[in-house]
Design a protein around this ligand. Structure first.
Ligand SMILES: [Zn+2]
Length: 293
């Protein structure tokens, strides 16, 4: 066959495949990867808040609004994560809206100005992803594209198996560590569901969202707590301003144990480029720091 014709046919096939795939928007990169695992090659995904970006303080761009308007499904985390403006846009969205945390009984926490807030960081526990995110995503994809039900269901089952194995792996990693060492300071309160699942303790410098600054009194109280609880290690985060945590480390002589990925994946060439890789990287980083002090 003539080479030019072959190339043209291949281009046409690609265009047709693209045209048939479901255009999906997810609010942040972690959710984008979770949806990809179930939607596979039947979906084209755009995440509004991208890799290494902060979902709490994101500013919507005109191009984001355009992307959202053209999509068939909009997946959001809910529980206040999308307070950067996406939650109000959702009200006028004409596509299929899905809140992936639907059904969960969320954790309520007191923030640093003594306000009770719902904790949106549900994904930090892989079993929450398996029990809530995956079924909610699956039923939405099946509703939009029933002809692919078998494909989506199989993908969802495979992914739930991977997440269940991931949970077992995390339990195993923490087993050999002195329970007194299983505590750390992070920039913001993104790991409460993780902490509850694995019996570890995280205290944050900034509270549940990155949208508020810690006061001088908060910092002084935190530094006292670090000393009295004998916390020896603090962690940076990939999507927040880490200046405060560096200062706390310097004041208290705590060690910086590395960088954790909390509300955003890394870039593709970095170690937390999928949700599962993100959990693995965080756990490996935590274990390394906790074992060596
Ligand atoms: Zn967060």
């Amino acid at each position: 066959m003539n080479k030019t014709i072959l190339v043209l046919i291949l281009c046409l096939v690609r265009v047709l495949v693209y045209a048939q795939s479901i255009t999906v928007v997810t609010s942040f990169s972690v959710l984008g990867d979770i949806v990809k695992n179930i939607g596979g090659n039947k979906v084209t995904i755009v995440s509004i808040v991208g890799a290494n970006q902060d979902a709490h303080n994101y500013e919507l761009k005109p191009s984001d609004l355009n992307t959202i308007a053209k999509s068939k499904i909009l997946f959001v985390n809910g529980l206040g994560l999308e307070a950067f403006g996406l939650d109000s846009i959702m009200k006028s969205y004409h596509g299929y809206k899905v809140v992936v945390t639907k059904g969960i009984n969320p954790l309520l926490l007191q923030d640093n100005v003594n306000k009770i807030r719902v904790d949106p960081h549900v994904w930090s526990n892989p079993l929450n992803v398996a029990n809530y995110y995956v079924p909610n995503i699956l039923s939405a994809l099946v509703a939009i594209s029933p002809e692919n039900k078998k494909y989506f269901t199989q993908n969802a089952q495979n992914y739930i198996t991977e997440l269940t194995q991931l949970n077992k792996w995390v339990v195993l990693q923490f087993k050999g560590i002195n329970p007194r060492n299983l505590q750390a300071i992070t920039t913001h309160d993104a790991f409460n569901y993780f902490a509850l699942q694995y019996g570890v303790k995280f205290i944050s410098a900034q509270g549940i969202s990155t949208d508020s600054d810690a006061s001088a009194k908060d910092i002084s109280n935190l530094e006292k707590l670090i000393k009295s609880s004998n916390i020896k290690v603090v962690f940076l985060e990939n999507m927040t301003n880490n200046q405060l945590i560096r200062q706390i480390a310097e004041d208290t002589k705590a060690k910086i144990g590395g960088e954790l990925y909390s509300d955003a994946l890394s870039l593709p060439n970095q170690p937390a480029n999928t949700y599962i890789n993100m959990i693995k990287y965080n756990v490996t980083t935590l274990c390394k720091a906790w074992k060596t002090h």
